[in-house]
Design a protein around this ligand. Structure first.
Ligand SMILES: CC(C)(COP(=O)(O)OP(=O)(O)OC[C@H]1O[C@@H](n2cnc3c(N)ncnc32)[C@H](O)[C@@H]1OP(=O)(O)O)[C@@H](O)C(=O)NCCC(=O)NCCS
Length: 372
């Protein structure tokens, strides 16, 4: 179990992923080759008799947390050749990666699991936390009276798109670097047939944007059977002052797609599109893992200090524990470890006034574009 060595092993990873996942080999290859920050140390493999038989990729990203950021190891592309399954290889790769992530100073890891793989990830130390919602989107007569104009993106829009995204990402949002945006633009154009970036504007000002894969009207993927297709790797974000822009954008995409029956939209929790619509628990199966409590505490410390000062938490002190953090203040103390700590950091705590001041309620804001 080790990071990939050389081009040939990487090619074997593309072969493995291409044969195991529906997206095809080219998708995985362009995903890594299109990422100029890609580091071969993030591709982990199990090698048996000189052949790559199991692999998993780490996609590092920074998550906003208060006024600071937390380094998160996003785990994806976990696969074992059918001939080698059930021998603990995927679990061993995940464990080896974990030791490396801790060494590299990642406090947290996150992955999006398929239902059948959940027990495997639980054994590897990941816990499921609530993540996003699914909204039933149906054509809405009101939207036709929208005050927004929707058009295809132009190069001059990118700065505005980025500032809308940045302003709207609450904890724990993805901090998207320059490289992320330029690579995403390039990569989605190459890898996603039908991929479209749209913007909504009002009086010449950018009010929101949409990215998604819009199947052609009348094509094999359109019509009511297109359910679920539109929502693969998509996002729709509106400017704070223009919540209606999100509706106008989805409505536009939906009409273009020609799915009369409506589509389910998978959204970050608390998204503006969920208001007044029928909502069910999200299909995302986000699973988090605490990689290093000391690294987490180090990263959170400035924010905790500020929050304690602002809320007047009396005489707050904290100390590291191997699997968590012990917080103490005048009149109380709490050990936050394992799942409790993850919940506090990612969702916030409302069960105790002082804990609530340190870990206010938050909504993870991660789009399918941010997933791995
Ligand atoms: C999931 C997968 C990577 C497991 O690889 P592996 O090397 O056999 O895993 P391990 O031997 O370490 O652990 C086996 C566990 O994986 C899970 N698993 C087994 N077959 C699986 C499958 N077809 N799909 C999903 N999970 C499976 C089970 O929880 C199993 O536990 P069990 O042995 O107690 O029944 C492998 O089955 C695979 O490549 N599946 C297809 C791709 C995939 O679904 N990847 C996960 C995406 S989230």
């Amino acid at each position: 179990m080790r990071p990939v060595r050389g081009r040939e092993e990487l090619e074997q990873c593309f072969d493995l992923w291409g044969s195991v996942f529906g997206e095809g080999r080219g998708f995985f290859q362009s995903r890594l080759e299109g990422d100029r920050t890609y580091d071969p140390a993030t591709t982990w493999v199990a090698v048996v008799a000189g052949e790559v038989v199991s692999a998993a990729q780490i996609f590092p990203f920074d998550a906003r947390w208060g006024f600071t950021t937390l380094a998160v190891a996003g785990i994806g592309s976990v696969a074992t050749r059918p001939s080698h399954r059930g021998q603990g290889l995927a679990l061993a790769v995940l464990s080896a990666q974990r030791a490396w992530m801790a060494e590299q100073g990642f406090p947290l890891a996150l992955l999006f699991a398929r239902e059948r793989a959940i027990p495997l990830y639980e054994r590897a130390g990941y816990v499921r936390l609530p993540f996003g919602t699914t909204v039933a989107w149906a054509p809405d007569a009101l939207v036709t009276r929208s005050r927004y104009t929707v058009r295809r993106v132009q190069p001059a829009d990118w700065t505005g798109i980025r500032s809308i995204y940045d302003a709207q990402t609450a904890p724990l949002g993805h901090v998207r670097s320059d490289a992320f945006w330029t690579d995403a633009i390039r990569w989605t154009k190459q890898a996603e047939p039908g991929g479209a970036w749209l913007v909504a504007e009002q009086a010449g000002r950018l009010a929101g944007y949409f990215f998604g894969r819009i199947p052609e009207a009348g094509g094999a993927e359109s019509g009511p059977t297109a359910e679920g297709r539109l929502i693969r790797r998509w996002e729709v974000v509106s400017h704070r002052d223009h919540p209606g822009a999100a509706e106008a954008l989805v409505d536009h995409a939906h009409r273009q797609m020609g799915a009369p029956g409506g589509v389910p939209l998978s959204l970050p929790a608390g998204h503006v599109l969920a208001a007044g619509r029928s909502v069910s628990p999200g299909r995302h199966r986000g699973m988090w893992s605490l990689v290093s409590a000391p690294a987490l505490l180090r990263a959170m410390r400035p924010v905790l200090v500020r929050r304690a000062e602002d809320a007047g938490v009396p005489a707050l002190t904290w100390s590291e524990r191997p699997d968590g953090v012990r917080l103490a203040w005048a009149g109380g103390e709490r050990l936050l470890a394992g799942r409790d700590l993850l919940e506090a950091v990612i969702l916030g705590r409302a069960d105790d006034p002082w804990l609530g001041a340190l870990f206010p309620r938050a909504t993870p804001f991660l789009w399918s574009l941010d997933q791995f």
